[in-house]
Design a protein around this ligand. Sequence first.
Ligand code: DGY
Length: 316
Amino acid sequence: MKPIVYITRKLPDEAVAGLRESYEVRMWEEEETPVPREVLLEEVKEASAIWAMLTDSIDREVLDNAPNLKIVSNLAVGHNNIDLDAARERGICVTNTPDALTEATADLTFALLMATARRLSEASRALRAGEWKAWTPLGFTGHDVYGATIGIIGMGRIGEAVARRAKGFDMDVLYHNRTRRRFEDFVYSDLDELLSRSDFVVLLTPYTDQTAGMIGERELGLMKNTASLINVARGGIVDEKALEAALKNGDIWAAGLDVFEEEPVPTDHPLLSLPNVTVTPHIGSASVQARHAMMQLNAEAIHACLTGNDIKNRVC
Ligand code: DGY
């Protein structure tokens, strides 16, 4: 009997073809909807590998239901949806997809940064609604990106890629990270100083117990009232109620959000009604090239694990 690989979402044939040669591949055959919990719990019973999405909670209950499981390979660089302690205790390997999505996610980060600075979604909406009556000297004026100061919280691969883009715009780059790193052009800053000096505060830190809610009322209060907050990491890093208040009161200029505490974010969420908020539906890594490269990493990791070879991109 071939080992079973369970894939929690419909993936393109070409991404899965290689695995089909050696394994029995089972898949949740829907692209738009995450696998229901009860189906996941049933399907993992015989699985040697789970190819998971960031929408799946791979917790103790799932792992307990999967006695043959050797690997969980996550189609994301973030892995806060997986209980790593529980995986470690059971000797189950977890992998993610770094590098493949670095540039795509940095592009989206910069797109949101520019959109907030120049009020793109607000201006576009007004035009479509027939509110553009005439060109006006100060209509839809925003803030310069060129020469501004960017503060990057979480200076990993994606942070560095954003910083490189920022240098092309002649920006001053501050960063805050758990560990100080050696850069010629990017300046380490403590969190409070970064918040108070930056024109754009960009969140790219992993979501952990330490970073949950790290941007709240106090931190938003330190930001300039002309500054934008960009979150392409995880929604739970920001206190959304505090953010709503800061945006409404004009304590900060704007927010660009790709991620939310609850996803999909409910359409009646107060943040969505604010004109100075630009939103996208968690599409940081959503370029065709990045997503295919990510899938390839997952497939390779699963194959390496199930054949006893060296596994790349291990988180644990
Ligand atoms: C990730 O890989 O963690 C990103 O959030 C996907 O866009």
